[in-house]
Structures are given as structure tokens and as C-alpha cells.
Design a binder for this molecule. Structure first.
Ligand code: XUL
Length: 518
């Protein structure tokens, strides 16, 4: 039994939890917000979207500064890192970091007298990192698909059709547009493997969970796919770390962290995974049977899968399950982006947004719906931003709140039917999941009971559980301690409301199809 550190580098923040796996408790919970704590990067939400044609990038130096700041803060609040037995982490998926071939050498010599950002800034061969919100690689997706014989083949090999935010198309765009910088690149990391390498003091592997979000890994062999590599960019194989199972150890923590923050020289590092695969672990959903909805900057729906099954419409994905096997993942980009847009437009507080507005309006909203895609959407793939309302009159605030929530979850239900699973309950996580109004809409739209877990941030907890699993602890035991539903917080569906949504579903699909085809 041990003390483990779980980190999560998400879109907007870097968070940490320390788990005491013997007592089954979270003993520390800290966070650095990129926009609020590091305003000098001028990326208030953790990214810069001023780029052309859907480019969304973040500054990797901001992530490094956040790591030092988080550890300084935790030390200041009395955390004793010498007791930590193992560390692992979770990263926003698909984002990539481009490093020169001196990266390993610099990592091996990091001085505790300076900081990460200062010492590693010269290693970047690209000053910014495209992240998952980037939708600028439509052309490259087409080129990759054509080169391997069509999107059906890309999907059969990698678990997803060629997707704009995925790392392969992003790498292709970089290699085409900045050939000199691409040539200078010695290694390309995901956000997850970049942080894992910093902690280990050397380049470490990309895990099967996050690696599957690149359009480069072959799901059957769990290794880089020769055809996809070739279709993506010249000499790519040499620039990628190896693929490895998510529970792989990557050696003792780098001396930088021992000297600077007092970690034990025997603290083990375990390779990182993506935030959704880590959340699967944190929610106790590593074995098939549980369906999870995570309400964050993006909303996601995911579940462990016994066998890989791909989405015939091309929107959903198959990733590696960090516990072995596979998981499905469907990402809805306009999650809190859309909820926040309505909240801002009608100047509502969260309470008014979530509870009052719902109690003021009838279930089904008298048929008033919306396509709540403020930014280009991922599921379904719509490349222009801007909401569309089904009714011509201007929506009052309550009507708009109900329209955004009901439409988001009808859209989620419509686009998860291909999974062919009928769960008896759905587990929800993420900031908005705490709200009973929103949770009740989900219960009614899906017609199943909703549970919430008794843990903060399922990706961060999942990262901590993966650290413990990596040093030999039993996953089922960890789940029984950290992934239990919060008592008294189950919400059951209301049969009358379920009927309303059952008949609203085809109407929503028609509304969407009409907009889509016009
Ligand atoms: C998943 C995806 C997002 C990011 C957000 O495919 O793009 O959920 O992982 O962190």
C-alpha cells in the first residue's frame, strides 16, 4: 500500500492529487489554472485560438512553468514529496510537442538551481503545440485517407477515420508547412508522453490509450502502422517514441525533482495516458458494463469495450483501455463551451442557469430545440461555428437553457446508438455533473439512473490509480476504494419525461439532418 501522485494536464489547468491507497483517501488536491495563474502567456483559457482556419495552439512552456509552480505551491502547503512511491499522469488528448534531438541530453542534465521552462525552451523545434480543439487539418486528413486507400482503411487500422484534431494529420500539416522545423525535430511527443518524459528525465513511450488518438497506431498490433506513418510524413517513425502498455514503468523520477522538491530517488514513474482513458480508470469503468459521460470543456461519452467496434458514421473512436483491451470514446466539442455561451448571453448565474431555468420551462420545451454548436463541432463533424434554433421567435432565457441542455443530450444519445449498449445506469463526472438539474436531464433523455462518484476529477484520480497499479497494486481493489458512487446522489429517470424525449429524438435527428444537408 502506498502514497501515489496523480497529475492531470487538461485544457485549462494542471491538477494533482495524492492518494493514500491503504486508507483509500485523497490526501491532497491542488491545481494551477493556466489563464489565472500564468496570465503572462496571454492564453486565458489555456490556448490561443487566434490562428487561421481553425488553428488552436497552446504554449508548451506554459505547461512546464505550471508544473514547477504546482510543485512549489504544494511544497508551500506542507506536502512532503519524499513519501510518494509512484507518480503518473493524464494529458489532454491529441496535442503534440515538437522537440529537437537535444531534448534527451538536456533532460539528463537538468539543474535544480534553475527551472524547467528556462532549461527546456531551447529544445522546442516548434514554439506552439496544436491541441485537441484545432480543426485546421481537413486537407491533410483527405491526403492521408487517399494515400492508404480510403477512410474505411484508416478507421479499420487506427480505430478512427482521419480526424482533424488527431496528431497524425497535425504532424502532416507541420511537415508540409514548416519542412525545416520538421527536419530539425528529433522527437514528437503527445502532451501525456511529454510530461511523462520530463518526470522520468528521458524520452518515454506513448501509451496505447493516448497513442490510439493519433491516426498512427495500429489497433491490432498496438504498434505504429507502417502505411499510416508513410501517408503522414517522411521519416516519422524515427521521430516517434515507442508505443507501450499504459502500466509500463519508466524508471525512477529524474534527479531534478529529487533535488528541487525532495522526491525520493526511488520514486517510480509510470507512463502517462490521455485524460479520457485515465477517466475510464478513475470512474471504475475499466471493465465493460459501465458507460461514463464526462462534462468538461468538451463533453465525452466513453465505455470499456471487449472488442474494438468502430463508428459507421466516423465520429466516434476506439482507444486503448489503460487496463488492457479497448475503449470507445465520442467527443462533443461544444460541451461547456455552449452552456457557458448561453449563460453569458442571458447574463445568468450558474444557479439560475441550471435549476431555475429548468423549473420554469416544460420538459420537451414545447418542441423548441437548438443545434448548440458555437464552435466547429466534432460530433457530428460540422466545420462552421454558430448555433441554430428550431423556432423562429427569440428564445427567452429559460427556453434557451432548456434548449441547450436537451439538445446536447439528444445529440449525445443519437450519436452513441452505434455502440449498441443499453446500460442500466450512467456514471457522470466533470464540473457540470454536480448539478442536479443537468444530471436529471441526462437521466430523462437516456432513460436510465445517473450516479456520480465520490471523487474530485476522475482523470486525476485515474492517473493516481494508474500510478499505484503500475507498481503492482490491484486495480479492482483501487476501484473499490476510490471509484464508489456518492451515496444519496443517484437520480432516477422520470418515466413521463422519458416518453417526451423518446419522441423528441427523431425530431432532433431530422432537424440536424436538415441543417447538415442544406
Ligand atoms: C477526446 C478529445 C477531448 C480532449 C480534451 O478525443 O479530443 O476530450 O481529450 O481534453
Amino acid at each position: 500500500m502506498s502514497l501515489v501522485l496523480g497529475l492531470d494536464s487538461s485544457t485549462q489547468s494542471l491538477s494533482a492529487v495524492i492518494l493514500d491507497t491503504e486508507k483509500g483517501i485523497v490526501v491532497a488536491d491542488h491545481s494551477v489554472n493556466f489563464g489565472g495563474d500564468l496570465p503572462h502567456y496571454n492564453q486565458p483559457h489555456g490556448y490561443d485560438e487566434s490562428g487561421a482556419r481553425g488553428e488552436v495552439h497552446a504554449n508548451p512552456l506554459m505547461w512546464l512553468e505550471a508544473l514547477d509552480l504546482l510543485l512549489v505551491r504544494m511544497t508551500g502547503e506542507g506536502v512532503d514529496f519524499s513519501e510518494i512511491d509512484a507518480v503518473s499522469g493524464s494529458g489532454q488528448q491529441h496535442g503534440s510537442v515538437y522537440l529537437k534531438s537535444n531534448f534527451n541530453e538536456v533532460l539528463a542534465k537538468l539543474s535544480a538551481k534553475s527551472d524547467l521552462k528556462t532549461q527546456l525552451s531551447d529544445c522546442l523545434s516548434r514554439s506552439s503545440s496544436p491541441i485537441w480543439m484545432d480543426s485546421s487539418t481537413g486537407e491533410e486528413c483527405g491526403e492521408i485517407a487517399r494515400a492508404v486507400g480510403g477512410n474505411e482503411i484508416v478507421c479499420a487500422k487506427s480505430g478512427s477515420v482521419a480526424v482533424e484534431r488527431f496528431t497524425g494529420p497535425q504532424i502532416r500539416k507541420f511537415a508540409k508547412n514548416e519542412p525545416n522545423n520538421y527536419r530539425q525535430t528529433g522527437v514528437i511527443h503527445l502532451v501525456s508522453s511529454f510530461f511523462a518524459s520530463i518526470l522520468a528525465g528521458k524520452t518515454v513511450a506513448i501509451d496505447h490509450g493516448d497513442g490510439a488518438g493519433m491516426n498512427l497506431m495500429n489497433l491490432a498490433s498496438l504498434d505504429w502502422d507502417q502505411d499510416l506513418l508513410k501517408a503522414t510524413a517522411d521519416g516519422l517513425k524515427e521521430k516517434l517514441p515507442p508505443c507501450a502498455p499504459s502500466s509500463s514503468k519508466s524508471g525512477a523520477i529524474s534527479p531534478y525533482f529529487v533535488k528541487k522538491y525532495g522526491f525520493s530517488p526511488s520514486c517510480e514513474t509510470i507512463i502517462w495516458s490521455g485524460d479520457n482513458p485515465c477517466s475510464l480508470i478513475g470512474m471504475g469503468a475499466a471493465s465493460p458494463g459501465k458507460v461514463v459521460i464526462s462534462l468538461g470543456t468538451s463533453d465525452t461519452l466513453f465505455a470499456a469495450m471487449p472488442e474494438p467496434k468502430t463508428d459507421p458514421n466516423g465520429f466516434g473512436h476506439v482507444f486503448g483501455n489503460p487496463a488492457g483491451g479497448y475503449m470507445s470514446l465520442i467527443c462533443f466539442k461544444n460541451g461547456s463551451l455552449a452552456r457557458e455561451a448561453i449563460k453569458k448571453q442571458y447574463s445568468l448565474g450558474w444557479e439560475a442557469f441550471e435549476i431555475r431555468a429548468l423549473s420554469e420551462t416544460p420538459i420537451g420545451n414545447n418542441g423548441a430545440m437548438m443545434l448548440p454548436f458555437y464552435e466547429p463541432e466534432i460530433t457530428p463533424a460540422i466545420d462552421t461555428g454558430g448555433p441554430v434554433f428550431s423556432e423562429e421567435h427569440e428564445y427567452l432565457s429559460g427556453e434557451a437553457v432548456r434548449a441547450v441542455l436537451e439538445s446536447q443530450f439528444l445529440n449525445m444519445r443519437a450519436h452513441s446508438e452505434w455502440l449498441g449498449v443499453s446500460p442500466s445506469r450512467i456514471y457522470i463526472t466533470g464540473g457540470a455533473s454536480e448539478n442536479d438539474g443537468i444530471a436529471q436531464v441526462i437521466a430523462n433523455v437516456f432513460g436510465v439512473s445517473i450516479d456520480r462518484l465520490d471523487v474530485p476529477g476522475s482523470a486525476t484520480i485515474g492517473a493516481g490509480m494508474r500510478a499505484a497499479h503500475g507498481i503492482g497494486e490491484d486495480l479492482a481493489d483501487l476501484e473499490s476504494k476510490f471509484s464508489q458512487p456518492k451515496e444519496g446522489r443517484t437520480l432516477d429517470p422520470d418515466p413521463a419525461a422519458c416518453e417526451v424525449y423518446q419522441s423528441a429524438l427523431p425530431t432532433f435527428k431530422e432537424f440536424l439532418a436538415k441543417q447538415f444537408s442544406s
